[in-house]
Design a protein around this ligand. Structure first.
Ligand code: HEC
Ligand code: HEC
Length: 270
């Protein structure tokens, strides 16, 4: 038997086994740190070094990978579906009708508005009526008339009232344009297209004509007096129950003329 040393490059067993092990290790590193991470969609933005570091589990602050690793911060917007119609069973609507006839109809009418300062409620989205009632109850929307009326109502009453009004067909337009008159062009443009330069989103994108954002009321059929008063209240901050200042941000950019013209536009809509 030859006296060849085991740990020698001249020993073919040694070279083949160590070389093979190293080759497998290198292949494993290439696959694990480069090939697999490169299949990740963020690879091209991050570059090779950041990819290797992140695959090795190095904290992103060490190699300047920063915000790229997790992509941009996720949205923190919470989207709630509109109040489920499940509650709007016939019993709920019936109970709402009883309360409404005795306590609300003298101002809110049943079909159409009795008082110009009070909004028509027939056909209003249930989630809107419920939210506004809750806001009055909790003092988030202040009004000397509505707050005492609604103060002692139970949660179930509020749901019943909202379900009742949502179940009614919408009343007709509150105000009609003189025959032959077309709606004001400024109002139509703001309602349907908004004004991007002033950061005004189209009213119709939230209020239901084109699309609807949670809690945005249907505006058609309210008196122009009520609509303009609410817009001015948002503009001054006297009304501030709109979540994330959605309405305040819109009306603060508008001129008094635009507010009046939009109030007339919606009052003439069903
Ligand atoms: C004395 C008249 C009067 C009575 C009675 C009355 N309301 Fe009102 N309601 C108003 C006025 C005025 C407003 C507008 C207040 C404001 O500017 O915030 C209003 C606003 C509302 C709104 C907000 C609607 C919106 O589109 O923002 C709801 C919902 C409402 N009332 C429901 C009721 C219900 C339900 C009852 C019965 C329990 C009732 N109201 C009784 C006068 C009345
Ligand atoms: C980003 C969505 C959004 C846009 C755009 C928007 N609104 Fe609103 N608006 C709301 C929401 C939400 C409310 C209800 C706020 C609350 O009481 O919670 C509201 C409330 C209102 C009210 C009060 C109605 C009532 O019954 O109380 C009026 C009037 C109104 N908006 C008019 C407009 C007009 C006119 C435009 C276009 C110039 C417009 N809004 C654009 C979201 C929007």
């Amino acid at each position: 038997m030859s006296q060849e040393r085991v740990f020698s490059l001249r020993n073919p067993w040694f070279t083949v086994s160590v070389g093979g092990t190293l080759a497998i290790a290198v292949a494993g590193i290439l696959i694990g740190f480069i090939w697999l991470p490169s299949a990740n969609s963020a690879f091209s933005e991050r570059g090779l070094w950041a990819t290797i570091c992140s695959a090795a589990g190095v904290p992103s602050s060490w190699y300047g990978g920063g915000g790229n690793v997790g992509g941009t911060a996720p949205s923190d917007v919470v989207v709630l579906p509109p109040l489920r119609s499940v509650r709007a069973d016939a019993n709920s609507i019936g109970r709402g009708a009883t309360i409404a006839t005795q306590n609300c109809s003298m101002c809110h009418g049943v079909q159409g508005t009795v008082q110009v300062t009070a909004p028509a409620l027939a056909g209003q989205y249930a989630d809107v009526a419920y939210k506004e009632l809750r806001d009055y109850q909790m003092g988030l929307r202040q009004n000397a008339v509505m707050q005492p009326i609604i103060a002692a109502r139970s949660e179930q009453d509020l749901h019943d009232l909202a379900a009742y009004y949502a179940s009614l067909p919408r009343a007709g337009a509150a105000e009609v344009l003189p025959s032959g008159a077309k709606p004001d062009a400024t109002a139509v443009k703001l309602a349907m297209q908004g004004d991007p330069l002033r950061n005004i989103a189209p009213c119709a994108a939230c209020h239901g004509q084109l699309d609807r954002k949670g809690a945005a009321p249907w505006l058609g059929g309210q008196s122009s007096v009520y609509l303009a008063a609410q817009m001015r209240a948002f503009a001054s901050g006297a009304r501030h129950n709109d979540i994330n200042e959605q309405m305040r941000n819109v009306v603060r950019q508008m001129t008094p003329d635009e507010i009046d013209s939009l109030a007339k536009y919606y009052a003439a809509m069903q």
